[in-house]
Design a protein around this ligand. Sequence first.
Ligand SMILES: Nc1ncnc2c1ncn2[C@@H]1O[C@H](COP(=O)(O)OP(=O)(O)OP(=O)(O)O)[C@@H](O)[C@H]1O
Ligand SMILES: [Mg+2]
Length: 469
Amino acid sequence: MDEKRIEAIGVNEQTPREIVAELDKYIIGQDEAKRSVAIALRNRWRSRQLKGAMREEVIPKNILMIGSTGVGKTEIARRLAKLVRAPFVKVEATKFTEVGYVGRDVESIVRDLAETSVRMVRQERMEAVKDKAEKLAEERILDVFVPEPKKSQSPLGRLFGGADEPEEKEEEEKPKYQAGREWVKKRLEKGELEEELIEIDVEESSRPMVGMFTGSSLENMGDNIQDMIGSIMPKHRKKRKVSVKNARKLFAQEEAAKLIDMDEVAEEAVRVAEYSGIVFLDEIDKVAVKNGSSGADVSREGVQRDILPIVEGSQVSTKYGPVKTDHILFIAAGAFHMAKPSDLIPELQGRFPIRVELKSLRKEDFERILKEPENALIKQYEALLATEGVELTFEQSAISRLAELAEGVNTDAEDIGARRLHTLLEKLLEEISFSAPDLEEKKVTIDAKYVDERLSDIVASRDLSQFIL
Ligand SMILES: Nc1ncnc2c1ncn2[C@@H]1O[C@H](COP(=O)(O)OP(=O)(O)OP(=O)(O)O)[C@@H](O)[C@H]1O
Ligand SMILES: [Mg+2]
């Protein structure tokens, strides 16, 4: 196993500036949080350049993101997940329960990470043998169109022509067979047969026990049993009629899978998970316990105690082998409305040395969130209504007014951050959404006046806005 590969798959080559620029496409503001995750990612790359003992010594500095609800914590995680070339899992701390109770046990985080890692490494290796697999797939398609002469011999031929002169028969068939193949090959190359239906044999991936044990600490065992059964039972093959185009894909997958060595993949995947894995622990505040409380809180503290060894560095057994957690990067996030970071058990606090605060969002942020991100809300609504032929345009005045209202309601009622924009916009466009198919005038322009007409009353009345917005 060579080091090069690990570098290729586990580490992002982007500079912190480039990572931030990527996050900027989706998240407005929150520069501090973006910078620290970017630095953390770059540190992964840096430690990969180190050698030997030093490399083992440098363990990642975990990050704790703190910010009230709806300011972009989870969104940063989601975008990060798409960006990193390393195994990444995102879990809610609230999903877990103390060992022995119903719910997922925390070790499943590491098992998921290993699973993700295997998928990535496998994908990469399949990519590497892609050309070869595609060639083999093409051959198999040719086999379907022009089977080898021996097999194609008609039953009658076998009866009469039969046993005493097989050699000659084959010699006779050969040129024909070759010519046939050449001819089909040409047509395949020209793409003339793509939609042709052919009958092929495909492997059925039968996983009989999926889901039986999930959600309990038996999970791991379930996996193992499943694998055992999988390897005892013969692989099901099934005849299917598919187009040449799809057959090529299916064959190429099968051939690629045959070309890679799963043991090697597992071995490498474990290393990648150990040195490059990133775990995002969302809603960590929900398992923090305020001093002096009792009852259900005991179990929450238990969850923290269970998380601790994983964050601190321990070994978790997975079906791909034991995974050491020392070098996994943990990013935790929480609103910390009720509890404070200091309500976490001290050992855990100490394992998250980097604290970043996400700012509460203001009018200017809302304005930008409405229109700038690549998936900006306004762009989404425009696209949705365009499917009805409605051409929706927002005037700057409308956007500005909406942002103002959002800030207002967030201040008066509860600060739910950018989520407020979702409720406001939905309410604003309700009428248009409803009548879009029947509209005569397909050009609709939303201006400040329209925003006021639809929303002002609701916003003005505190009672109403608490329910509706
Ligand atoms: N700074 C931001 N820029 C762009 N969109 C944002 C921003 N903050 C929040 N949003 C949007 O608001 C919604 C909620 O954000 P997100 O899920 O990140 O909240 P959160 O901080 O995780 O809150 P919670 O503590 O409730 O989990 C998402 O749709 C997200 O796209
Ligand atoms: Mg969240």
